[in-house]
Design a protein around this ligand. Sequence first.
Ligand SMILES: [Zn+2]
Length: 111
Amino acid sequence: MLTSDALQNLRTTLCDERDHLRRQLADLGVGGEGMAFDENFADSGQVAAEKGEHQVLANNLQEALADVDRALQKLDDGAYGRCEHCGVEIGEARLEAMPATRYCIDCATRR
Ligand SMILES: [Zn+2]
């Protein structure tokens, strides 16, 4: 069982992570509503390639942000620290390493 101190530390870590991800998304010109590309911009192959990489990066960041938001929501609900697959308590060391993780190590490696 996680102590309230441990939970507080994890919450702080998750909030920092969320701010960090939001900043990176803002740097990419992404708000909450998908990509903000100027569609009139020259449609050369290079631009398309950059756009593609940009999109992949933005998608990864948004997925990570969604996981962090979800973890914070679970902290509020008191549901934090349990595997979403098998319901087992996730080890504290794993949570400290990956606070936004949704699965215990067994389920994560089996997926
Ligand atoms: Zn599990």
